[in-house]
Structure formats: C-alpha cells, structure tokens
Design a protein around this ligand. Structure first.
Ligand code: UDX
Length: 473
C-alpha cells in the first residue's frame, strides 16, 4: 500500500560503504520503500560514485537517480588513487572518525537547507557510525543487517558475552546457541575466532552490538520462513525483522521495468549470449563475489577440476585491484586458451541474470549472503567454499539446514584439492543427490517468493516499518 496522494512526502536517507555486497541490498530495500510511497536517497562515498561512473552505471555524479532513488556522495578523506583495499583497516578506522561529520554535512545541505524533513536514516553494519550522525541530528535510525539473522544472533551473543566461544586455550569447541544448529569452530564467522587479528571490522561490530539500543529498528535481508528459530531466539534480546530476500524484481517474477542495479564493475553481457548456446542445466557457474582474492594454489585447483569435470563452465575472475607477486587471483598460464571450447571467463558477470538462465546447473560460491539469496530464489544448487566473515556460517546453513548444496572440505594445508572439487561436482550434478538438492532449492524458491509477495511475511514487515516511520514523522 503506497502513501495516500496529497500526504506530506516522507524522506528516508540510506548510507552504505561502496562495496557491491553492501550496496545491492540497500538499493533493493530502497526500491521497496519507493514502491511504498517514500522518497529515498542513497548516500555513499565519492570514491563509490567514481566507480559507478567508470562502470557506466551513472553518467554524472550530480542529480542522479537509479530505480527512483536519488544518489548522493560524500568525501571519505582520501584521494581517488589511494589503495583502500590493501589499507582496509586504516581506511575503515579513518572513515569511522570523519564519517559522522560528513554525513551530518550532507543532512544539513540536502535536507535542512531545502527544508525537507528527514524521517529516518538507514545504515548497514559496517558504517555503524552513521547512527552517531543520526542521533546528533535527532533523526531515528534503522539498521539493515545484510547477513543471515543467524549471524546477527551469534554476534549479539558473542559481543555481549552471553555464551562461551572458542578461546586461544580452547580453540575447538562445539557451540550450542538457541535457535541455531550445533556449530563447530569451522562453522563460526571468522571475526569471533581467537586466531582472528582484531581488525577494524570486528571492532565496528563489537561497538555496534554493544550499543544496539541506539537503533529504533533492526531489519534483516532474510525471511522468516528461512530462519524462524534464529529470529524467534532474538525476540526477547534484541528483535530483528526480516524483510528479504532483497533481490532484483525479475528473480521474484515481478516487473523489472522500473528497476536498475548499481554496478561497481561493468557486467560482461556476452555471458548471456554464451549461455544461450549451452545445453539446459549443464553449466557450472563459479564466482567468489566482489572482495575475495584466491591464492594461486586455489586458482590452480579450481582450473584443474573444471577442466576434468567435462561440463561447460562460466568463471568470474575479477582482476585483482593491484597485481600480486605470488599470482593470487590469476588464472594458471594457458588455461583460458586451453579451455576456450569448454568455458567462458569474464571479469564480472550479470550474476542475477546468469543464475536464472536455464543452462545453469550449479554454482560454486564463496557464500556471500547476497549470492546465496540470489541462488535460493533462482533455485540453483550450490557448492560452498567459504572464505571469511559470515561465509563459514552461511555455508553451514545452506548445507546442513536448508540442504541445497555441499561444502568443500579443505586439505591439511587449508586449501581444497582439485580431486575434492571434482568429487563434489559429480555428486551435485548426478542422480540421486542432485534431485534432492533441486527439490530443496525449488522449495526455498517458492518460500522466498511468498515472503515478498503482497501480504507475505517480509512484505508485512516492510509495511509495518513504513507505517512506523510515517507515524513518527
Ligand atoms: C560481502 C561479504 O564478503 C559477504 O560475506 C557478505 O555476506 C556480504 O558482503 P561479497 O563478498 O561481495 O559481499 O559477496 P555477495 O554477498 O555474494 O555479494 C556480491 C554481489 O555482487 C551479489 O549481489 C552478486 O549478484 C554480485 N555479483 C557478483 C555480480 O553482479 N557479478 C559477479 O560477477 C559477481
């Protein structure tokens, strides 16, 4: 239900880091709010704006709208050629110091000066300092949790010291938490492991989870039917409202004509042409998201397994931000030429279109939460090879709880072998296991569509959120 005509406009500002896995869910939520009648602005750094220009997502940095959402950009305090990737900790720490003032300036310039009333600010977990700017300007703040609700429950308990977690003296533990499957150390998010160096991401999460009262709303990119127990387990502690899956409308069988994504790299559309020429349910799709850079050894193992699998493959190999001395992120020499009749390698794919293509048989993924939600909704089985952050727990969920795939087991040195990957590919593509995975994938696809359809559990939660913003304006 949209706002009634003639009613005062309700303005919402969303703030995110310019990372693809963070922008996508924010933009998709923004579009849902626009559809409910709100006026939405998405702000990110000027560096992000520069990336969008380079990828031809936008043609100008001023007065730009995407999917009915206005884009604004604020400085992050560094020059465009500063290497944010290698200096991530320093960058994140510095952004947390300068960010609140920059977002406050944006609020002054854009809203106060134009006499528009800002009713809500939405941030995501890795710009948790946005809440400082919101409270300073007396604007209620919501957080969009961009990972599964299960992760929210784990972090909340960990950072508030509610349950025992592995320590340096007791690193291998079985963790029993309400609403979650039994977790072993390898299933936990890397940020809670004692071996994890205390970097900027865990520091931001720790600060956020110890101060959750600052948020008026906590929304999650998930849906109730997918994570009932985890969501219910938080109801008394710090409730979270699932409003997802936040995926492009086409994946949900909805009208796509008024939706466009924000791309930080230009998707290679030739992948779709190439897919058209492959047999139905034959192609292995491989992508490790926007941040992971795989070691040379791992690249070699994947390349060998794909060659031996005797299936067509589409592999996203995103060139590293900076060339590395040890060949990380690079294809083995001669591999592309050798396999040119079997596979296609692209620097960035139109992933959501790829996943729904009938030629796709399975997805080898790092288990980023956006990729997994897109996969459920497309109904594609997965082979999980988690890297860091939430990904190990996401892999546990999809393998043991949702049962839509298999997880690769690393060898003694922590790297998977090509034999292990070949075994999993065979298992996931051959009968009878493949039938079971496909059946479960189809079940989640249906549940996801019902959750976001008009009157579904996520749609009702978004409407409640909108009504509460309107009511408190
Ligand atoms: C990050 C974290 O790494 C992840 O663990 C967390 O769950 C979300 O934030 P990222 O690693 O980029 O995200 O992975 P993911 O969550 O899968 O997001 C990647 C997005 O880029 C997806 O929406 C995917 O559709 C898109 N993508 C990826 C493309 O459009 N093309 C590609 O070739 C690859």
């Amino acid at each position: 239900m949209a706002l009634k005509e003639g009613k005062e406009e309700i303005h919402v500002l969303m703030v995110t880091l310019p990372a693809q896995g963070h922008i996508n869910p924010m933009l998709r939520l923004g579009k849902r709010l626009v559809d409910k009648g709100l006026d939405v602005t998405l702000a990110t750094t000027q560096f992000g704006g520069h990336r969008m220009l380079k990828a031809s997502t936008i043609s100008t940095i001023t007065d730009t709208f995407i999917s009915g959402i206005r884009l604004l950009f604020f400085p992050d305090g560094f020059s465009l050629d500063y290497d944010r990737h290698t200096n991530l900790d320093h960058y994140m720490e510095s952004l947390a110091k300068t960010g609140p003032a920059n977002v406050s300036n944006l609020i002054q310039e854009y809203y106060h000066d134009t006499r528009k009333k800002l009713s809500c600010i939405i941030s995501n977990p890795f710009v948790s300092w946005v809440v400082d700017a919101a409270l300073e300007n007396k604007i209620p703040c919501a957080m969009l949790w961009i990972q599964p609700c299960s992760l929210y429950a784990i972090y909340y308990r960990f950072y508030n010291k509610l349950n025992p977690f592995p320590t340096l003296t007791n690193p291998d533990m079985r963790i029993e938490l309400p609403g979650l499957p039994l977790l072993h150390t390898e299933d936990l998010p890397s940020f809670v492991l004692p071996s994890n160096p205390f970097g900027s991401f865990p520091r931001l999460l720790s600060d956020m989870f110890q101060n959750m009262k600052r948020y008026k709303w906590v929304l999650a990119n998930s849906f109730f039917e997918l994570e009932k127990e985890a969501i219910d387990s938080m109801a008394e502690l710090c409730p979270i409202r699932p409003i997802g899956p936040l995926v492009p409308p086409s994946l949900l069988g909805e009208d796509q004509s008024l939706y466009a994504g924000i791309e930080l790299w230009k998707p290679d559309e030739t992948s779709l042409e190439w897919l058209k020429n492959q047999p139905t349910a034959s192609v292995i799709y491989v992508s490790f998201g926007s941040l992971a850079v795989l070691s040379a050894k791992l690249m070699e193992a994947i390349a060998t397994a794909l060659k031996n699998a005797n299936h067509p493959f589409l592999w996203v190999v995103k060139p590293p931000e900076l060339p590395s001395a040890d060949g990380a992120g690079e294809l083995p020499l001669g591999f592309e030429e050798e396999t040119k009749n079997q596979g296609l390698i692209v620097p960035w794919s139109p992933q959501t279109k790829v996943l729904t293509h009938p030629s796709i048989a399975c997805f080898i993924t790092h288990c980023g939460w956006n990729s997994l939600l897109e996969t459920f909704v497309a109904g594609v089985p997965v082979i999980a090879y988690p890297q860091w952050s939430d990904q190990p727990t996401n892999a546990k969920l999809i393998v043991d709880v949702l049962k839509v795939g298999l997880r690769l087991k690393p060898g003694p040195e922590g790297v998977i072998s090509n034999e292990e990957l070949e075994k999993c590919i065979k298992q996931i593509l051959s009968w009878p296991e493949s039938e079971e995975f496909k059946k479960n994938a189809a079940k989640w696809k249906q549940a996801a569509r019902e959750a976001v359809a008009c009157g579904g559990s996520s749609d009702r939660n978004i409407q409640l959120f909108v009504d509460e913003i309107v009511g408190s304006s």
